[in-house]
Design a protein around this ligand. Sequence first.
Ligand SMILES: CC(C)(COP(=O)(O)OP(=O)(O)OC[C@H]1O[C@@H](n2cnc3c(N)ncnc32)[C@H](O)[C@@H]1OP(=O)(O)O)[C@@H](O)C(=O)NCCC(=O)NCCS
Length: 320
Amino acid sequence: MSAPFVPIRTERLVLRPYVESDLDALLAYYSRPEVARYLLSRPWTLESGRAVVAERMGGVGLDTPGRALTVVVEHEGQVIGDVGLWASDGTGTKGEIGWVFHPDVEGQGFANEAARAILEVGFGRYGMHRIVAQLDARNTASAALCERLGMHLEARHRQDWWSKGEWTDSLVYAALATDHPRDVGDAIVVSAVVLRDANGSVLTVRKRGTTSFMHPGGKPEAGEAPPQCALREVLEELGLTLEPQLLDLVGVYRTAAANEVGRPLIASVFSHPHLSARSRPDVVPAAEIEEVRWLDPTADLPDDAAPLLRLLVHDMSTGA
Ligand SMILES: CC(C)(COP(=O)(O)OP(=O)(O)OC[C@H]1O[C@@H](n2cnc3c(N)ncnc32)[C@H](O)[C@@H]1OP(=O)(O)O)[C@@H](O)C(=O)NCCC(=O)NCCS
């Protein structure tokens, strides 16, 4: 799990986690019928608003138990709206975004500025692959925002939501990470592969000139997608040819890099059953790999285990 989410600052806005005392500012717009018109929820009451705020206070990161990033948007110290990003699958690579702003601040590009920052976080910080927005087809303001964000209209579903006494059509807009190559800051982007033996031991490797043991894997070459990178790295580092169709996506993890101190790592982690038939089969290191070692994930981890390895073994043992 990465560090708790910290406020994001954009040119004019601060996006920060919810606190209980935001309730009044949120009620000021969520209680209005014209704001709730195209939302699935009814206008907030004090009671319903309190429950939603309590729930959204848990949305402090996609890699936390809440699996959501829900933030209020402040302009000059006032809460003017809110944006949320939720993981919509088990791997955390697909998500959904939503937004609501106070009518008094509409038409100034604030929703655009905040949503853009959250899309950046989804793709850049969490390495997400696809983010969708679903909206009532009559919500032209929201559809216009999706268009301004460069999202693509993918579907119009006919009468698929029951909303405030009627069946309503909905639109699905989507953005892919590859639509607009994003700056991932100083993060190192890699693919890694979990290879286990018949007893569940995990294959780890140490690169030449380094001290940490990690999953096999590495950085993508230009234009290479994460699965292709994973297959190539395992072939180069261990001489193993993995069948692409058996590669499973475990998830995208953000943690500290092992060999480049101080830099974050965004890793697409895959698993593959290639070595699962035998107990600790011999695997010969190649290319930049100096040493191969099997690790029993139920035992205490050695000090030289890389941060990503620690994180995954922890998740496995807690069933996260
Ligand atoms: C959907 C919603 C967030 C859109 O808000 P918005 O203010 O229209 O969206 P933006 O932030 O993109 O602002 C765009 C407008 O600001 C203008 N603008 C002014 N200054 C700008 C700036 N610096 N940058 C960008 N746009 C700017 C744009 O020209 C545009 O004006 P237009 O609508 O006249 O074309 C808002 O209508 C809302 O909260 N609705 C109620 C809740 C809801 O339905 N949520 C969505 C559920 S799916």
